[in-house]
Write a protein that binds this ligand. Structure first.
Ligand code: GCO
Ligand code: MN
Ligand code: MN
Length: 386
C-alpha cells in the first residue's frame, strides 16, 4: 500500500541523492554517485523522475563535445529505466563569479553571463524533456545593504526574468517558470524571501501566466511561517507549478531533512492540501541524507521520503472517510444562509438588506466549535490509533 509507483510523481534532484555530505564545517563524507546510477537506483525505488541544475550533469567547464557525450549517456539511462526529467534549473550560486549575485549582481557583465548560462541551461532542460524551469536566487541578496540599490534589485531580477520569458517564447519551448523563495542561506538576506513575496512579484512580470511558484517546506519554516498556509495561497492563485518537499525544525539552519521526519502534523495537512486540491505536478524531494550515511543510507533516505508521503496520504484518506470527523466539519460549515448574496458581488440592494439584518450576536458568540474534539480525532488518525 505504501509502495511508490511512477504514477505517484515523486522526483529527486541529482543534487539531493548526490549530496556528498559536505557542510560549512566539514568535508564530503560520501563519494560521487554517477547520474546514471542515480537514475537506475531511483527508478528501482519507484520514483517518477530526476531534476537537475545544469552543472549537476555537465561540469561548469565542459567543452561542447564533452557536454554532448555526457547528455547522450544520461538520456540513455533515462530511457533504459523509464525516468523523466520534469524540472530543470541553473546553478547560479556555486562558482565564485556569482559571489555578489547573478541576475541582481552589481556588475553588468556578471548579469549577462548569468543570462547566457541560463539560456544554455534552459536548452539543456528542454532537450531532456523538462516542462518546468525553477528559479531559486541562491546568491540574489545581500549582507551589506549599503552596497545595494534595493528597489533596483527587484528591477534587475524582473528584467532578467522578462528577457528569459522572451527567450522561451522565441524558441517555442513548452516551459513554465516556477520561482522559489528562501529567506536566507547562502546570503545573509535573500531577495523575495517568502512564497507570498514571489506571488506578488510574479504579477509584475511581462508574462505572469507563464510563471508560478516552487514553495519549499524548509524555506517557509526557516522564516517561521506555516508551510501549508503558503501552499494554500499558491493554490488559490493557480500558481502551484511545482513543490519542494523536505523537513525542517523551526529556527534552525537549512536542514533539508527527509520528508516526514520532523513536523508530522504539518506534513499531514500539507499532504491533505495537495491531495484534496488535485495537485497533479511532480512532488519533488529537495532534501538529502544525514551526514552520517554511506550510499546505502542515501537510498534509505530516498525511499523514506516517498514512503512517508504515501503513509500520510493514506492517513488523509482515513480523515476524509471518517464519518465522525466529516459530521463535525459539516456542523462547522453550515450551508449558506444568505452568504451567496455577498459572494455574488456587491449591489446596493444587498448592502441595504445586510444593513437592516437582525443578528443574534449573543447566541453567535456563545457557540462552541468542537475544535478540541476535532483536533484530537485528527491527531489520533496521524498517530495510527484511529
Ligand atoms: C536550497 C534550494 C535549492 C533549490 C535548487 C533548485 O536551499 O539550496 O532549495 O536546492 O531548490 O537550487 O533551484
Ligand atoms: Mn532548500
Ligand atoms: Mn529547493
Amino acid at each position: 500500500m505504501y509502495q511508490p509507483q511512477k504514477s505517484d510523481m515523486f522526483t529527486f534532484g541529482l543534487w539531493t541523492v548526490g549530496n556528498p555530505g559536505r557542510d560549512p564545517f566539514g568535508d564530503a563524507v560520501r563519494g560521487a554517485i554517477s547520474p546514471e546510477r542515480m537514475v537506475e537506483k531511483l527508478a528501482g525505488l519507484g520514483a517518477h523522475g530526476v531534476n537537475l541544475h545544469d552543472n549537476d550533469l555537465v561540469p561548469f567547464d565542459a567543452t561542447p563535445s564533452e557536454r554532448d557525450a555526457i547528455v547522450a549517456s544520461f538520456k540513455q539511462a533515462l530511457d533504459d529505466h523509464g525516468l523523466k526529467v520534469p524540472m530543470a534549473t541553473t546553478n547560479l550560486f556555486t562558482h565564485p563569479v556569482f559571489k555578489e549575485g547573478a541576475f541582481t549582481a552589481n556588475d553588468p557583465e556578471v548579469r549577462q553571463f548569468a543570462i547566457q548560462k541560463t539560456m544554455r541551461a534552459i536548452d539543456l532542460g528542454v532537450e531532456l524533456g523538462a516542462e518546468t524551469y525553477v528559479f531559486w536566487g541562491g546568491r540574489e541578496g545581500s549582507e551589506v545593504d549599503a552596497a545595494k540599490d534595493l528597489p533596483g534589485g527587484y528591477k534587475l531580477f524582473r528584467d532578467a526574468l522578462n528577457f528569459l520569458l522572451g527567450y522561451v517564447r522565441d524558441q517555442g519551448y513548452n516551459l513554465r517558470f516556477a520561482l522559489e523563495a528562501k529567506p536566507n542561506e547562502p546570503r545573509g538576506h535573500l531577495f523575495l524571501p517568502t512564497t507570498g513575496a514571489m506571488l506578488g512579484f510574479i504579477e509584475t512580470l511581462d508574462h505572469p501566466e507563464m510563471c508560478g511558484v516552487n514553495p519549499e517546506v524548509a524555506h517557509e519554516t526557516m522564516a517561521g511561517l506555516n508551510f501549508p498556509h503558503a501552499v494554500a495561497q499558491a493554490i488559490d492563485a493557480g500558481k502551484l507549478f511545482h513543490i519542494d518537499l523536505n523537513d525542517q525544525d523551526m529556527g534552525r539552519y537549512d536542514q533539508d531533512f527527509r520528508f516526514g521526519s520532523v513536523q508530522i502534523k504539518n506534513n499531514f495537512f500539507l499532504v491533505k492540501l495537495l491531495e484534496d486540491s488535485g495537485y497533479a505536478g511532480p512532488k519533488h524531494f529537495d532534501a538529502h541524507a544525514y551526514r552520517t550515511e554511506d550510499e546505502n543510507g542515501v537510498w534509505d533516505f530516498a525511499y523514506g521520503c516517498m514512503r512517508n508521503y504515501m503513509i500520510l496520504k493514506e492517513k488523509v484518506q482515513r480523515f476524509n472517510d471518517d464519518a465522525e470527523i466529516q459530521g463535525i466539519l459539516q456542523d462547522l460549515n453550515p450551508a449558506s444562509s444568505g452568504w451567496d448574496r455577498i459572494s455574488g458581488g456587491y449591489s446596493s440592494d444587498v448592502a441595504a438588506a445586510v444593513n437592516s439584518q437582525e443578528f443574534d450576536v449573543a447566541a453567535m458568540a456563545r457557540r462552541g466549535y468542537q475544535y478540541e474534539n476535532l483536533d484530537q480525532l485528527a491527531i489520533e488518525i496521524i498517530m495510527g490509533v484511529r
